[in-house]
Design a protein around this ligand. Sequence first.
Ligand code: 5AD
Ligand code: SF4
Length: 438
Amino acid sequence: MIDRNPKTFHVKSFGCQMNAYDGGRMADLLEAQGLTAAAAGDADLVVLNTCHIREKAAEKVYSDIGRLKREDGSRPMIAVAGCVAQAEGEEIPRRAPSVDIVVGPQAYHRLPQMVAAAARGGRALDTEMPATAKFGSLPPRRRQGPSAFLTVQEGCDKFCTYCVVPYTRGAEISRGWAAVVDEAKALVDRGAREITLLGQNVNAWQSEEGRGLDHLIRALDRIPGLQRIRYTTSHPNDMTEGLIRAHAEVGTLMPYLHLPVQSGSGRVLKAMNRSHSARSYLAIIERVRAARADIAISGDFIVGFPGETDAEFEDTLKIVRAVNYAQAYSFKYSPRPGTPAASMGDQVPAELMDERLQRLQALLGEQQLAFNRATVGRRTSVLLERQGKKPGQLIGKSPWLQSVHLETDAAIGDVVDVEILSAGPNSLAGAELVKQAA
Ligand code: 5AD
Ligand code: SF4
């Protein structure tokens, strides 16, 4: 146990964008308490903000805890936050006695009190799930880059049979209209030019009066200075007509949709409890493309779900060919304790999963490269986000979420007009178009 008040902290976030948001909010909280940010090796308090979605990610926390021990045998105060904290709770200090604080994703607004308790030599554990309580207790947003995350919805009621999210993040809840709009304005005041609305099922967001995400997007579109709006992750069942229409009508809504399908096989989708079919998914994509022809479609895939046959895997390749993805994430199925799929018979052997994942990723990689190449010669806008490796080079994002490298005198946070010159699998190179004097 530790017997001192930490003065410096380091938050390390793993996993999804919501964890990145939560990590930023924990940093806001600690700074509001007078602590200052430091590198992991120098910090008095290290927060590991963990991910439980797949086994590898969840096991990583224990090796990370071990690595925090310093050469002189001392260690910082250690807090385990995030979804592993929620799922494993008291098991964590049992396996790793050097952990001082265990705090779940719905309880981290109480982190300062927990740090104080740990500083007095105790151990603090809080994995309560009081819905949106935490948002009301967080300090205002502090530092902000040009592209910001904003959590508007949390949790999931869909209970896909492979997934831990309904257990670690709880039931679906939406933050209120005013809280979200106020936070968006605060982010823009602090320099954000792009906001990505986050939720495990972000398109299930609803205001107190039952208005959907499209209404919120239209309200944010009116905030002066906010130039780009994105949202992720969406569920096919919540892809409403209004949201699809927003893609045709709202200029700041970027042409990008992350819409996981997971598998192309009807039988597997049923066993996953996905409540959509391959055909209904394709119908949504068609409607979205009718609204916004150039939209980049992105997805998530799981290969080797229990019982997946060769033919069922081929159905996944088929739907990938039918959609033509701009970008995608694909994973080997990982049994998660407590989920229905973990106890299904017919688990797919590891070698077969490897082989399927390689074939799927080869196809998705081809599609991504083709999508990137198709943008060569286009004139488009780029939001500059960070310094490149070469002097004078900045890296930004295209409307389709591609990284674009260019030389420019403009500043980080500017949106510049660019002609795309060349494309690789993961990024584009562009040249800034000089504005003609009027
Ligand atoms: N095994 C493998 N991948 C999973 N995902 C969620 N749970 C699992 C699991 N048990 C993937 C899904 C989801 C993404 C966030 O992670 O594709 O969309
Ligand atoms: Fe998990 Fe399915 Fe909910 Fe997504 S929709 S978080 S995959 S249970």
